[in-house]
Design a protein around this ligand. Structure first.
Ligand code: MG
Length: 159
């Protein structure tokens, strides 16, 4: 059995008049994440972790913000494309573990729906997707609610 590990990080600014989408779930909030795509920072961190495990660069290589094609893109559809790359190379997902850093809103009620959404998309059980939420104790850009950040680790397995 072979294994591969990858890690990913992403941060997006918060701004008005945008939906807040994390892990494919729209979360009620007064602010949303700004970006060329739907700015789903959690899904982006997972995608980068997968690409890292495959040694295939980062999401900017495949979905450059300069390309109008990805404007307003549904990040779950981008995740599908990266997951296809994982499968095409004969890898399966061992597990995914993540941390979302957000001062507000409280993410606890949304963790299970995010977990289920991502697990379905990646054809794994919900307990193979770890999602943890933390504040940044009001420190730094995430603490000042200027943005939301996410970290992800992915383990890939090949029999
Ligand atoms: Mg991003």
């Amino acid at each position: 059995m072979s294994i591969r590990i990858g890690n990913g990080y992403d941060i997006h600014r918060l701004g008005p008049d945008r939906p807040l989408i994390l892990g494919g779930i729209t979360i009620p909030h007064t602010l949303g994440l700004l970006g060329h795509s739907d700015a789903d920072v959690l899904t982006h961190a997972i995608m980068d972790a997968m690409l890292g495990a495959l040694g295939l660069g980062d999401i900017g290589r495949y979905f450059p913000p300069s390309d109008p094609k990805w404007k307003g893109a549904d990040s779950l559809e981008l995740l599908d494309q990266i997951y296809q790359m994982v499968q095409q190379r004969g890898w399966t997902i061992g597990n995914v573990d993540t941390v979302v850093v957000a001062e507000r809103p409280k993410l606890k009620p949304h963790i299970a729906p995010m977990q289920q959404c991502l697990a379905k998309r990646l054809a794994v059980a919900a307990d193979q997707i770890g999602i943890k939420a933390t504040t940044n104790e009001k420190l730094g850009p995430t603490g000042r609610e200027e943005g939301i950040a996410a970290y992800a680790v992915v383990l890939l397995v090949q029999e």
